[in-house]
Design a protein around this ligand. Structure first.
Ligand code: AMP
Length: 433
């Protein structure tokens, strides 16, 4: 019977770790051992009975002026992992950052989220006023199975962001098994997200982080075809590394948003006063050439909703994307473009969407983004896998109510972009290696 040997300390037997049978390529994680790369430990690989889990969660939630949590999504996202550990008969120490405090700023205290955690998880967490120190250690040692301890904001200590080893070691003394369930900070080599892992023999991904990795893997290493990436948003320059990295993995590249006009200008079109990065024209042409070499079909807009000012009060009309008069700017894709894009999406089996197709914040220029959302939702209903990620596309999906109609909405903007760029995420590498 085959054994998969991964890492120095682990031998994972075929029968137990089903996860090994599902081939997970971890985007951006370079390791010398192929099997290791394919075996990701999750909380399902451990029985937490009598064990204490130290979980890095992302409770960086928005608070209103009365310091009440206004959006508990991130707490809800961590619930399955916490529940699994408690149901096993374990105890849980939760650590997170909140905002960007300069020292001990009261408004960034995690005590403001205690009641929301209690409401969401159904267990009132104990709270300590710090995340390291004797009092914290004593509170952690006193924890009984079924109980939760929430630590104070990690970023009250500058050692957290500095990835300080001593600080990480002190954190590591608060649990038996380290669980990382914070995708939003997985691209940071901070003490609690990365460095702390080295002090644990037993460490794994929480459900949320595992789902993020699995979803991205599905897009980047899909056997199903065609794979379509929709890249919109403002600038070519912020997406260039992503485009270069994914060209090998996709069949269609749909380009929309402000970056359209750099491509159109580079191809000799007239773009009026549309957003453009003049110095990126050569780069745009290079992308088009590379895409052709790799047999990737690039779908650029053919028409635009153009406006005589960047405002909701602007006069608007539809114009060919390469014939925009001076004084006018393209702020959304036009109807012919949408028809083309919809046809591509309809045929796609895997869809990645990053960046809106227009200035979706203004009603007048939101149609392209909304219609694309509909098309992706329909394709998903018909069996395609769709992943939406990266700041503004997530905001757009939420604003227009597509959140539950796509396969997965990534919770970590920066982390997801770095994974798409093919970079190694320290928080993921620390657990995989
Ligand atoms: P990004 O963060 O690069 O994904 O960019 C998102 C921003 O791009 C959003 O705020 C949109 O309003 C903006 N955007 C999308 N299309 C255009 C456009 N045609 N002209 C100017 N800005 C745009």
């Amino acid at each position: 019977m085959p054994f998969y040997i991964f890492g120095k300390n682990y031998i994972c037997k075929q029968g137990k770790a089903l996860i090994c049978l599902y081939k997970w390529e971890i985007p951006g994680v370079k390791t010398t051992n192929k099997q290791q790369n394919n075996c990701m430990k999750t909380v399902d690989d451990f029985n937490f009975k009598g064990k204490q889990a130290l979980i890095r969660v992302d409770f960086n939630v928005p608070l209103d002026k009365d310091l009440k949590v206004t959006d508990a999504n991130r707490i809800e996202a961590a619930k399955p992992t916490i529940e699994k550990i408690l149901e096993d008969g374990g105890s849980v120490v939760l650590m997170s950052h909140l905002g960007r405090p300069e020292g001990r700023e009261e408004k960034f205290s995690l005590k403001h989220v205690v009641s929301k955690v209690a409401e969401v998880v159904g267990v009132e967490p104990k709270f300590v006023n710090d995340c390291i120190g004797d009092e914290v250690k004593a509170a952690a040692d006193d924890l009984e199975p079924g109980e939760i301890l929430l630590l104070e904001n990690l970023r009250y200590h500058k050692e957290e962001k500095a990835g300080d080893e001593d600080f990480a070691k002190k954190l590591s003394e608060l649990g038996d098994i380290y669980v990382n369930d914070a995708f939003g900070t997985a691209h940071r080599a901070h003490a609690s997200t990365t460095v702390v892992a080295k002090f644990f023999e037993d460490k794994c991904f929480g459900y949320l982080l595992a789902k993020e990795i699995k979803s991205l893997d599905k897009v980047l290493h899909s056997k199903e075809k065609p794979v379509t990436a929709v890249l919109g948003g403002a600038k070519v320059s912020s997406k260039i590394t992503v485009i270069e990295n994914i060209l090998d993995k996709i069949d269609n590249l749909i380009i929309g948003g402000g970056m359209t006009y750099t491509f159109i200008l580079a191809k000799g079109g007239k773009i009026g006063n549309s957003l453009v990065e003049e110095d990126k024209q050569e780069l745009a042409l290079e992308i088009l050439k590379k895409a052709e070499e790799k047999n990737v079909q690039v779908h650029l807009p053919v028409d635009s909703v153009i406006a005589d000012s960047f405002s909701e009060e602007a006069n608007t009309k539809i114009e060919k994307v390469d014939a925009i008069p001076d004084g006018w700017m393209g702020l959304d894709v036009g109807p012919d473009t949408l028809k083309n894009f919809e046809a591509v999406i309809k045929e796609s089996k895997i869809i990645l969407w990053n960046g809106p197709l227009g200035v979706f914040e203004m009603d007048k220029f939101s149609k392209g983004t909304i219609e694309l959302g509909h098309a992706i939702a329909n394709a998903t209903k018909n069996g395609a896998f769709s992943l939406v990620g990266g700041g503004d596309s997530v905001a757009a999906v939420k604003k227009f109510g597509f959140e539950d109609k796509v396969s997965y909405v990534s919770t970590g903007g920066g982390a997801m972009l770095e994974m798409l760029e093919g970079k190694s995420l320290p928080g993921i590498a620390a657990i995989s290696q």
